[in-house]
Design a protein around this ligand. Structure first.
Ligand code: ADP
Ligand code: MG
Ligand code: MG
Length: 880
């Protein structure tokens, strides 16, 4: 039965749509071939075959084999060459390629089909002995590494020794006869390691290579990469077998990588690098620092022109920025791979926005292409432009944003210390896919070699880590764990600053600033996002300046204005203390009067900034003792006053204060005398606050300024509380507005932050115009977890152990807290179908929690001003 399944596809049988079967690389090669792009011939073994191999084991290859042989014969006919032939030998590459791009994570083998005889044949037909032996030694090296598992260092050792003897720097300077020697030495290494000769039969080579590529799906770095990128483990890789073309045949040959747009900035330009007289992996490995692609325009305008045209049409065809591998063999251009290019967050936003303008994609596609995480990365900090400081070195700016951290040279150490929360700058000559675990934990990355398309640059961009590459002035001395730049020496643990936007490296910690969030492409993209979103995005703001920032970032209202923050300023705190220690109601009212005047001023400003957008003001919430000084401080002061004969009045005041502190002491303030409980027992406090709000609103309305006030009561647990408080609030509001002769529409609502409130939401909704889920407290009270006590102690362990999948304070606990929210929505709406629904906990800025809020039908989310852009995009994604 198995043999009837089709496991192998010629390029002309595939297409881009077949990506899950043929892998990204294979499917796009097929697509390009179909469209007539200059792609060498080949075929693809499907991911299904890989999955079957993993399931059935090595013998299964035998049942696959006839189809492979048949396709090799097809390739022979198509190329006019013979596999293992002594005249015109066919050489192939055997390439891995998963359905989701995992650049450099799995293995690829080039120049397969070479042996002692075919190498001579290749020399004859190319008329280049040096070239043939260069291919052969590369092949042995790669095959030994990937298939036989022999350490690469052994081969690199031989090469460097040879180069040293010849006193040359680069591989391509080694002459043919020496290379022949190198090949012999390589073969000896293999023999000593596996007790067998290097396999000479190309068919055996092919079988071993295909098997190795299948197996590379489960190598350590691929597994790590999948974990970091959330790629499922059961997809498998396809194997592409294709005719070799040669970039290492001389000066009119080369190989390179181009992006159709700049992957750092998003600018529309052909961007990339190439190496003359080199083979594919030389560019990516960062061994030689390649030349910018613009130079090709001068050295080979014809090829450059073709490349430009190919790039343009590939981008139009795939409707996305492309990352293209190419090789030039004796002046002829070949395309070896194309895929959607990885890009920085900044580039992602610019490309999405500009491609809409260019008519390449529609707005929906543009919005869906940028992730909330990328918008978040744009909040990355940059070097404070007002600081005058010179860099110690400048490399290539490879991933934007600035990072300050301690220098570490060892990848494992970077992982370890990064995990523990240290800010680490990893400094390496170059990086390889094996280093991924350390890179992902570093705050920044600095390499002395490699270019824009080197591994380090690629990974840093996709992880959003600031990165500078190719900083050749940096001389690393691993033995002493230090690097030097000219006269400057930097040791391990010294602090440096790198700027992945400019490529600069600085000594010490340079001050950083928040980036501009009003950049036009981001504004443009978020404008598109708003068209798709159903949820509005409001912000949590306590001050006029926060309100101003929130509006600039596109907030459509204030979902939480916490009045108590207005009391914390020193002179206001004193008045607040007078309110609390007052012996009589009269005394308290007198102190409150002063507060009203002060608060009114704040509200006036905030309402003015918001100009008619909704402003939800929460009445006093925290326990009163938060406004009182520490007991021991008062005691100490009293003692001093008494022993120094201080003033009677002051002593009396402090004694009263001390009594209040005693009386208000609580074992568990979070569940104590706070929230609306204060409003119930000291109605005059809430009444004063309402007066301040309404007076401010009325004064502005009389000036013709639009005001939309909503008054919110915290920590309600019963319908009765809400009934009492609402009637008080309305009485005061009406009376106050009456004095101005203004008709002020003023909604009154509550936070839902106690499980009981969610359960009796139907009762509460009788007296509430709106609910705002206070999910910080609701999470604490539902889980029975005090956030301040839990986070450093058991919560992290709980997440590690999988008891909670994520920190419930970062990402909403849908099963528990979420169910209560849903219940409150349903019951509340049952009573009051016009009930307005929002969330004002920190979850309001978390993409996954926002998606949940969308799904249960909330009207808005409210988050900190800085997160408004992230929330706007998330709200759109939830609705797409
Ligand atoms: P990776 O997924 O690591 O990029 P690839 O399969 O793309 O691995 O191959 C690695 C390098 O080898 C690339 O630069 C590619 O262009 C080059 N290469 C692959 N196949 C061929 C071929 N048939 N002829 C010439 N170069 C090739
Ligand atoms: Mg590739
Ligand atoms: Mg609360």
């Amino acid at each position: 039965v198995r043999t009837e399944v089709k496991y192998v596809y010629r390029f002309d049988e595939g297409s881009a749509a077949m990506v899950s079967l043929l892998g990204g690389k294979g499917a796009n090669l097929a697509e390009m071939k179909r469209l007539g792009f200059p792609v060498p011939n080949g075929f693809i073994i499907s991911t299904e075959a890989c999955r079957a191999y993993m399931k059935e084991g090595p013998q299964w290859l035998d049942s696959l084999w006839p189809a492979v042989v048949e396709h090799m014969h097809f390739l022979e006919r198509a190329t006019g060459k013979t596999f293992g032939g002594r005249e015109n030998p066919l050489l192939v590459s055997v390439r891995s390629g998963a359905p989701i791009s995992m650049p450099g994570m799995m293995d690829t083998i080039l120049n397969l089909g070479l042996n002692d005889e075919t190498t001579e044949a290749l020399a004859e037909i190319s008329k280049d002995l040096r070239f043939a032996y260069d291919c052969y030694r590369r092949f042995i090296q790669m095959f030994a590494d990937v298939v036989l598992g022999i350490e690469l260092d052994l081969f690199e050792g031989v090469l460097s020794e040879v180069k040293q003897k010849l006193n040359v720097k680069y591989d391509y300077e080694i002459p043919a006869d020496v290379l022949r020697d190198v090949v012999d030495q390589f073969k000896n290494i293999v023999r000593s390691k596996i007790d067998q000769a290097f396999p000479q039969d190309p068919w055996i080579q092919l079988k071993m290579a295909i098997e190795a590529v299948f197996k590379s799906w489960n190598n350590k770095r691929a597994i790590t990469y999948r974990r970091i990128s959330n790629i499922p483990d059961d997809l498998g890789t396809a194997v592409t077998v294709m005719e070799m073309v040669f970039g290492n045949l001389g000066e009119d040959c080369g190989t390179g990588v181009v992006f159709t747009r700049n992957p750092s900035t998003g600018e529309k330009e052909l961007f990339g690098e190439f190496l003359v007289n080199a083979q594919g992996e030389d560019v990516v490995a960062g061994i030689r620092t390649p030349q910018p692609i613009a130079l090709l325009r001068e050295t080979n305008p014809k090829v450059y022109g073709e490349l430009l045209k190919v790039a343009e049409s590939l981008e139009r065809h795939f409707r996305d920025m492309q990352d293209i591998e190419f090789t030039v063999e004796r002046g002829k251009l070949y395309i070896l791979q194309t895929r959607s290019g990885k890009r920085s967050a900044k580039a992602a936003v610019r490309i999405a926005s500009e491609m809409v303008a260019e008519g390449i994609i529609d707005e929906r596609t543009a919005v869906s292409r940028v992730t909330p995480k990328e918008v978040e990365q744009l909040l990355h900090r940059q070097i404070d432009p007002s600081v005058q400081i010179s860099p110690i070195a400048t490399g290539i700016a490879a991933s934007p944003g600035a990072a300050v951290g301690k220098v570490v040279f060892d990848v494992d150490e970077a992982e370890e210390r990064g995990k523990n929360g240290e800010s680490i700058i990893l400094v390496r000559p170059e990086t390889t896919p094996e280093d991924i675990h350390g890179l992902s934990m570093a705050a920044g990355l600095l390499t002395s070699r490699g270019g824009q398309t080197s591994h380090a640059a690629l990974v840093a961009r996709s992880l959003g880590i600031p990165c500078v590459v190719g900083c050749e002035a940096v001389n690393i001395d691993f033995a002493n764990e230090a690097f030097t730049v000219g006269e400057v020496a930097v040791k391990k643990d010294d602090v440096i600053t790198i700027d992945g936007t400019s490529g600069n490296v600085y000594l010490g910690a340079v001050p950083l600033v928040d980036p501009s969030l009003r950049e036009k492409n981001l504004t443009n993209l978020l404008g598109m996002a708003d068209k798709f979103a159903r949820l509005q995005v409001w912000a949590n703001c306590d001050t006029p300046s926060e309100a101003r920032q929130a509006r600039e970032l596109g907030a459509k209202g204030i979902g939480l204005c916490r009045t108590e923050h207005m009391f914390r300023e020193a002179n206001r705190l004193l008045i607040m203390q007078q309110v609390i220690v007052a012996d009589s109601k009269d005394e308290r009212l007198h102190a409150l009067e002063k507060l009203v005047t002060l608060q009114k001023g704040d509200f006036l400003e905030i309402f003015k900034v918001m100009a008619g957008l909704p402003v939800v003001i929460r009445l006093l919430d925290p326990p009163l003792n938060e406004f009182l000084p520490k007991e021991q401080d008062v005691t100490k002061k009293l003692f001093q006053l008494r022993s120094n004969g201080g003033s009677e009045g002051e002593i009396k005041r402090l004694e009263a204060l001390l009594r209040r502190i005693e009386a208000l002491k609580e074992n568990n303030p979070m569940l104590g005398f706070r929230g609306c409980r204060i409003g119930v027992l000291y109605p005059e406090i809430y009444e004063a606050q309402v007066r301040a709000i309404v007076e401010a609103a009325c004064e502005l309305m009389m000036q013709g300024v639009d005001v939309n006030v909503k008054i919110m009561v915290p920590l309600v647990a019963t319908g009765q509380e809400m009934c009492m408080l609402r009637s008080n609030i309305e009485k005061v509001a009406t009376a106050t507005a009456g004095k101005y002769g203004v008709n002020l529409p003023c909604k009154v609502g509550t936070m839902i932050e106690l499980p009981r409130a969610a359960i009796v939401a139907d009762e509460i909704a009788e007296y509430a115009d709106f609910f705002s889920f206070g999910t910080n407290d609701l999470t604490q009270t539902t889980l029975g977890v005090s956030r301040d006590d839990a986070e450093g102690k058991f919560l992290a362990a709980y997440v590690r152990l999988g008891i909670y999948m994520e920190d419930p304070f970062h990402s909403l606990d849908r099963k528990g807290v979420g169910t209560l929210m849903k219940m409150a929505v349903e019951r509340g709406k049952g009573t009051n179908k016009d009930l307005e629904l929002g969330i004002c906990g920190e979850h309001g800025g978390d993409p996954s929690s926002i998606a949940f809020c969308h799904s249960i039908g909330l009207d808005y989310v409210s988050c900190s001003a800085m997160r408004v852009p992230v929330a706007r995009l998330s709200a759109a994604h939830a609705a797409l």
